[in-house]
Design a protein around this ligand. Structure first.
Ligand code: MSP
Length: 487
């Protein structure tokens, strides 16, 4: 089965931070899970490189905007490589193909009379690259950026967003266009039913750093319209609405709640206008704060993803971020909490279990006996694992895996295999149970911690190719502990 998954394409006005890493790691976990299932997967990440925010930042640094974007986009790519993100493409909105396709889209909409010229007066938040309504402001400021938006009055082109409101409500309601978790779906439906969607200003006259409108070169394209097209240009769409690449539509688009509204209004409206099928599902996760506060430079509480990688390693960073709180809810993280979790779950949990079992098995294991006592527990865990992974409950999935680890710890304490070295058959049976468990643990943690999983397979002497456990011949070779203990 084909599976197309996307993260948002992130703005390159700033370096990648932990929020970006959070979404991207989650998407990579799901990607690797589907790959393991044998799905034909395409995983898109990318960079959103146009707009006033970037134009101004580049100017401030005295750089040409393209060079500025190249530098920051390279930092994103570097981080994704470091975090072992297995994306198929890193789409950039400054790519030539992307730009010409966006122009084709605009021309199509213009020809369909879905774009018209008018005048816009509104409050514009540069931080969000979005016009704001009064209701969205708190004390006249954008609540996200703590800045008063600018009053802008200018000639511009509008997209007939209002034409599509009814259709969007219908598609969300009947789950043709799924929005999860359910609270997010309800929230967006109640917004769509209460407020009338205004036509959308899709061009700017005084923003030079953008894609010129094909029918009026004195305007550039609104960044969100530009950015949404990347979900299509990233799979190599050339702008012909009758020739949509095979991977379309996305099975899953991941993002945080900050950009749900645009993804549930402008995005489906553009697709409906072009007669292109809507994505199957948007999954919205929460925001995290650091020690109860929003991450910000002024508060000085920024944790860079690279700091975590240096401190804990790549796999542990991936694990630690997703094991803090349920994906889909808001939550808080702190270095102290991450350190504690590293020690309890990775060093003393998975690492210690694998090390103890393999130390014993290296000298005492004879051959795999399928007749062991914990098959049922593994089966139950595997079922729960599949269910939670399918529901994108990544935090719950990890809990389920770590429950199995505690179960094995208890099993060992109970059976005390180190005391029966003189009863090789009995010992072999226990070791078989434990090795089978460790094999399945390695499979289950693979999407989350691919390198750790590989290390476990190597120590088990098994080449992992989705074999059934009966066919596996273990050739144990204990190596160093999976996770070094931190002082
Ligand atoms: N460029 C647009 C997206 C265009 S998609 C067609 C954009 N970029 S962004 O750089 O601001 O990224 C927003 C996304 O970053 C969020 O939706 C989320 O995925 C991630 N996060 C940023 N900060 C976050 C937290 N503090 N917590 C969790 N995720 C966060 O919007």
């Amino acid at each position: 089965m084909k599976f197309y998954i996307t993260t948002p394409i992130y703005y390159v006005n700033d370096e990648p931070h932990l929020g970006h890493a959070y979404t991207t790691i989650a998407a990579d976990v799901l990607t690797r899970y589907h790959r393991l299932k044998g799905d034909d997967i395409f995983f898109l990440v990318g960079a959103d490189e146009h707009g006033l925010k970037i134009q101004q930042k580049a100017q401030k640094e005295g750089k040409n905007p393209q060079r500025f974007c190249d530098e920051i986009a390279a930092k994103f790519q570097f981080l994704w490589n470091n975090l072992n993100i297995s994306n198929n493409i890193f789409i950039r909105t400054t790519n030539l193909n992307h730009k010409s396709t966006v122009q084709k889209v605009l021309q199509t909409l213009f020809d369909k009379k879905l774009i018209y010229k008018g005048e816009y007066e509104g409050l514009y938040c540069i931080g969000c690259e979005e016009y704001k309504t009064k209701i969205q402001l708190i004390n006249e400021k954008c609540p996200l950026h703590q800045k008063e938006p600018e009053l802008i009055k200018e000639e511009c082109y509008f997209f007939k967003l209002s034409n599509f409101q009814k259709k969007i409500i219908e598609k969300i309601q009947n789950n043709e266009f799924k929005i999860e978790p359910i609270e997010r779906k309800n929230e967006i439906l109640s917004f769509l039913k209460k407020e009338k969607l205004e036509d959308l200003a899709i061009s700017r006259k005084n923003v030079k750093w953008g894609i010129p409108l094909p029918f009026d070169k004195s305007h550039t394209t609104y960044v969100w319209v530009d950015a949404f097209c990347s979900y299509l240009t990233g799979i190599n769409w050339q702008g012909d609405c009758k020739k949509i690449p095979n991977f379309w539509p996305p099975n899953l688009q991941l993002m945080a709640k900050d950009i749900l509204r645009v993804h549930a209004t402008i995005w489906p409206a553009l697709l409906l206008a072009l007669n292109i099928p809507l994505p199957n599902k948007l999954f919205i996760h929460g925001f995290f704060t650091i020690n109860g506060q929003k991450m910000s430079k002024t508060l000085g509480n920024i944790i860079l993803p690279i700091d975590l990688i240096n401190k804990f390693g790549v796999d542990a960073t991936r694990y630690l971020l997703l094991s803090q709180f349920p994906f889909g809810q808001d939550g808080d993280i702190s270095i102290e909490k991450l350190e504690k979790k590293y020690n309890s779950d990775l060093v003393n949990g998975l690492g210690n279990l694998v090390s103890r079992v393999l130390t014993l098995a290296e000298h005492n294991f004879l051959s795999f006996s399928d007749n062991n006592d914990i098959k049922k527990d593994i089966q139950k865990t595997l079922e729960k694992y599949e269910k939670t992974m399918k529901n994108i409950q990544l935090f719950e999935t990890l809990k389920i895996i770590w429950n199995l680890i505690s179960f094995y710890d208890k099993y060992m304490e109970e059976k005390k295999p180190w005391k029966i070295k003189n009863k090789p058959e009995q010992l072999n049976k226990i070791l078989s149970s434990l090795l089978e468990g460790i094999y399945h643990l390695a499979v289950m943690v693979l999407p989350f911690m691919p390198e750790t999983s590989k290390k476990i397979f190597t120590q088990l002497g098994v080449k992992f190719k989705n074999q059934s456990i009966e066919q596996i011949k273990f050739k144990i070779k204990k190596d160093e502990n999976l996770f070094p203990r931190k002082k």
